[in-house]
Design a protein around this ligand. Structure first.
Ligand SMILES: [Fe+2]
Ligand SMILES: [Fe+2]
Length: 292
């Protein structure tokens, strides 16, 4: 994006910047004030707008999601195949980042990714509320890994922040394309509203499943550009760890949830496809901005 130009050029872009602001308001710890009734009214208005946005995104993937089998084995096989045949999978952006991008281009890409990062640990914590034991335990194990198993140095969020800091990135809404904010807004909306609990299980699971291929190529690009291994650890780690996270999520969360209630299959499928479509839109926009 050219320096100094406003990223808000369409109603869709404006909506995503405002939804991002709503998510800050909704999730940030706060204190009670005299205006709490007005805050609830404001949030109710935004919950309606968010609902319209999420339903639009859901409608766009509903037909494909309806094709997913509803028996647990068949569903997991369908879900696993998304790694190859899902929207935006194996986008040419990533081999280019691995082999050709300059440091400035890599920095621009990472700035978008950092700004669009919704916080896997908080999304999974929100998603696990009142889920059956087996799925809940799997999400808990995943959460604990995100939290560095209790060691601040191993927490995943700060690992990404370290990279951003070392590369001098300055991720702000003004420097972020709206597609990247839309991705974070979809993830937050699915995790925050219980009617989308199963969508969120699908969206988070498909991140685990599709992250390793991308993380491997980004890590290669960072290595080629001379970024020290300690600084690029976030991507090296996810290239390996998310393979395990994905297998466990599919076996311990998705499989038993569908086995217990086949009606959740299409919801999990929709959530996964909604997340992948958001990623595909980001990659297309990134390629355009980077002149690919
Ligand atoms: Fe992670
Ligand atoms: Fe993971």
């Amino acid at each position: 994006m050219p320096e100094g130009s406003s990223p808000i050029t369409t109603p869709e872009a404006a909506l995503q910047y405002e939804l991002a602001a709503f998510n800050v308001l909704r999730f940030d710890p706060a204190l009670p004030g005299d205006d709490w009734r007005a805050q609830i009214d404001h949030q109710a208005e935004w919950l309606h707008r968010e609902g319209d946005f999420l339903e639009e995104r859901r409608a766009a993937v509903a037909a494909r999601a309806a094709e997913a089998p509803t028996d647990a084995d068949g569903f997991v096989a369908w879900f696993e195949a998304l790694e190859q045949n899902g929207p935006g999978q194996h986008d040419p952006l990533f081999p280019w980042l691995a082999n050709e991008a300059t440091m400035d281009q890599m920095r621009w890409f990472l700035t978008q990714e950092v700004a669009g990062e919704a916080g896997f640990e908080d999304l999974s914590a929100l998603t696990q509320v009142k889920l059956p034991q087996q799925a809940k335990l799997e999400i808990a194990r995943n959460y604990w890994d995100e939290m560095g198993r209790g060691n601040p140095k191993g927490m995943h969020g700060p690992l990404l922040e370290t990279l951003a800091h070392r590369l001098g990135l300055d991720p702000r809404p003004e420097t972020t394309v709206w597609e990247s904010l839309a991705l974070a807004n979809v993830m937050a909306g699915l995790a925050a509203n219980r009617r989308y609990a199963y969508h969120s299980v699908g969206a988070l699971g498909v991140i685990e499943q599709t992250a390793p291929a991308r993380a491997t190529l980004v890590a290669e690009g960072l290595k080629r550009l001379g970024v020290p291994s300690g600084d690029r650890h976030y991507f090296d780690l996810h290239a390996i760890l998310d393979v395990k996270h994905s297998a466990a999520w599919n076996a311990e969360a998705i499989h038993p949830l569908v086995a217990a209630n086949p009606a959740v299959a299409s919801a999990i499928a929709e959530g996964a496809l909604m997340r992948l479509e958001c990623g595909a839109a980001c990659f297309e926009r990134y390629r355009r901005e980077l002149g690919l």
